[in-house]
Design a protein around this ligand. Structure first.
Ligand SMILES: Nc1ncnc2c1ncn2[C@@H]1O[C@H](COP(=O)(O)OP(=O)(O)OP(=O)(O)O)[C@@H](O)[C@H]1O
Ligand SMILES: [Mg+2]
Length: 251
């Protein structure tokens, strides 16, 4: 089973959009679970809208997996989030060996028998919950925008991956870094320069695909529909298909 954690500690860099569209794309051929690990609950809002239960209740064992999981349009399953997740995350983080909690719950509930892929949407910081995904994940995918502050977070993530590989999860792999909300017009030379600089610094870790700034992506999220269904001929659908095909070659 692939466990793909979508991570950047910078906000607004397309983690949620990528999580939803990755789940949708992978679900064409695989059984997929999307975990919303952000108390902002954007992945939840953009798929099943809302839920009375949240993933924190499953992590702590208050509720069973079946009680929390929700189906999204026969495409994939969602472990939803909600505001209370923030309080749960604090409590979880204060327990000994908390970092293993996600991995243990996945194993106890034998999610590898139910799913081929788990996609995890994270909050915009290296929180307690995000850290548990480094232990449970097989792969990390790093979206960024071509902005200094988004790129500046990357060394931090890679350092955390290196520490986790050494101590807990030697098989953890970084799929790559990719750019989203990309403006390639002549007016945005800065975007091109930022991408070139990142390629110089990280070499092959930078994926070939970039996701253009495209209004269909924004609209699709608002209408709770993956971009492939909302606007199949849009630049957004084309780019996310290319990204996922590239990601699949690296899994
Ligand atoms: N390629 C794109 N083109 C146009 N709009 C985009 C694109 N990618 C993301 N957006 C929009 O940018 C906003 C932020 O995207 P998203 O919510 O996916 O980021 P995030 O990294 O999950 O943010 P947060 O850190 O707050 O969780 C959303 O309104 C989304 O619709
Ligand atoms: Mg988000």
């Amino acid at each position: 089973m692939i466990v793909l954690s979508i991570m950047n500690n910078k906000g607004g860099v397309s983690k949620t959009v990528t999580s939803i569209n990755a789940a949708a794309y992978l679900s064409k051929k695989n059984r997929v679970l999307l975990i919303d690990f952000d108390a902002q609950a954007n992945s939840t809002g953009a798929t099943i809208e809302s839920s009375v239960s949240h993933v924190g209740e499953w992590l702590t064992g208050e509720k069973s997996f079946q009680e929390v999981v929700v189906k999204y349009q026969n495409q994939f399953d969602v472990l939803p989030s909600g505001r209370p997740l923030q309080t749960y995350a604090k409590a979880i983080g204060s327990e000994d060996d908390y970092q293993f909690i996600l991995k243990e719950r996945i194993e106890e509930d034998k999610l590898n028998e139910r799913y081929d892929c788990i996609v995890i949407d994270n909050a915009p910081s290296l929180t307690t919950l995000a850290y548990t995904t480094f232990i449970a994940a097989t792969h990390i995918l790093i979206p960024s925008t071509a902005e200094e502050f988004s790129i500046a977070g990357i060394p931090n993530i890679l350092q955390t991956v290196a520490n986790v590989q050494k101590r807990y999860n030697p098989g953890l792999k970084v799929v790559g870094i990719f750019f989203s909300k990309y403006h390639s017009s002549y007016r945005s030379r800065i975007d091109n320069d930022m991408v070139a600089g990142t390629k110089e610094a990280y070499g092959d870790l930078v994926l070939n695909t970039t996701i253009r700034n495209n209004v269909a992506i924004k609209e699709a999220m608002a209408y709770r529909t993956p971009v492939f269904a909302y606007a199949p001929n849009s630049a957004g659908a084309e780019d996310y298909e290319a990204l996922m095909e590239e990601v699949i070659t690296k899994l």
